[in-house]
Design a protein around this ligand. Structure first.
Ligand SMILES: O=C(O)CCC(=O)C(=O)O
Ligand SMILES: [Fe+2]
Length: 324
């Protein structure tokens, strides 16, 4: 299976193979809703195949890379929708947003990258993205029905369009409740690949059965914070103590999996697929080793039950240093 295919799958600290990884389980939309709920609760994730029409995802990918084209990122003569990095360029000139840089969610890159970073940020506010793609009715309606939240289903406006260039540093190990801690842990993340991603192309990976690990880490974190004299409110807003400044649990996924005796679950993804995951489910991204130099583009959309307390900081569009 994995490895035998000859595909190179790797994280920051080494390869993933049949020793430390397995495949993510896909779910067909034709399955009964009850079964789709059961899988999410048991596995901590639900990998839905082909839920958003493929052409809608590709149209968004085309808009994104067409808007970035003036920065010189794309291979000359290639089509924007293919999102192929110019082999003469380096990811250092085109730093990605939201991959857990040393400066948290501050502005990545220096002067030379400024024009590119401006375009990448600006895409978040464009109609084709903020209104059409993020609010895609097929996904919204599915979430409303599947969660049972109905009319209370709220699509949080803060999202990150993550462009992982070949060779760039992927996001480290984390669970999302760290970033949504001003709300109840009931939100659902929809990780949406915007284009096809080969198994070696930098897709998201999940630590097998790790929802309970995330819940325990969160409990310990809270207990420690309380012991050190923090109020509930202070503990909630504190990032530190047992987490890295960026809110990540680790920058070394292979070692993290070994420490916890779990495997990473990996997959190739197709435009139209969506993975839903629970607030404490542990995940990370793989290195983008795409042999064709394809830029990995994905976004994370979050949904919550607006009748319960939720993290209001997520009601605004993403900005650098927005404190989340
Ligand atoms: O796309 C990525 O690399 C990270 C996405 C993520 O962490 C999420 O969707 O919660
Ligand atoms: Fe995440």
């Amino acid at each position: 299976m994995i490895g035998l295919l000859g595909d190179q799958i790797a994280v920051n600290d080494g390869p993933l193979n049949s020793e430390n990884a397995a495949l993510l389980r896909p779910s067909d939309l034709a399955l009964p809703l009850e079964e789709l709920r059961r899988r999410y609760h048991e596995d901590g994730y639900l990998f839905l195949k082909q839920i958003i029409p493929r052409e809608d995802v590709l149209a968004a990918r085309d808009s994104y890379f067409s808007s970035l084209e003036p920065s010189g990122i794309l291979k000359p003569g290639s089509k924007p929708v293919d999102g192929i990095l110019d082999p003469a360029k380096s990811h250092e000139d085109y730093p990605g947003i939201g991959a857990g840089h040393a400066n948290g969610n501050g502005r990545p890159g220096g002067e030379r990258a400024a024009a590119f970073v401006d375009l990448a940020l600006d895409a978040h506010y464009q109609n084709w993205y903020a209104e059409k793609f993020c609010k895609h009715p097929v996904l919204h309606d599915f979430i409303a029905k599947w969660t049972g939240w109905g009319a209370d289903t709220l699509n949080l406006r803060r999202t990150l369009l993550r462009n992982n260039l070949p060779g760039s540093k992927p996001i480290g190990v984390h669970y999302d409740q760290i970033f949504l801690r001003y709300g109840d842990p009931t939100s659902v993340t929809a990780w949406v690949p915007m284009g096809d991603i080969k198994i070696s192309g930098g897709g998201l990976i999940y630590l097998e059965n790790s929802d309970d690990i995330g819940i325990n880490i969160e409990k310990e974190f809270f207990a420690k914070a309380k012991q050190s004299g923090m109020t509930d409110e202070e503990a909630r807003s504190a990032f530190n103590s047992n987490m890295m400044a960026t809110g990540l649990l680790s920058e070394t996924p292979a070692a993290f999996a070994q420490e916890h005796s779990r495997r990473w679950l990996v997959s190739a993804y197709e435009a139209g697929d969506v993975v839903l995951h629970k607030p404490h489910m542990i995940h990370a991204s793989t290195l983008n080793l795409d042999p064709d130099n394809v830029i990995r583009l994905a976004t994370d959309l979050r949904f919550c039950d607006s009748s319960k307390p939720f993290d209001k900081r997520w009601m605004n569009h993403y900005r650098f240093n927005d404190g989340v």
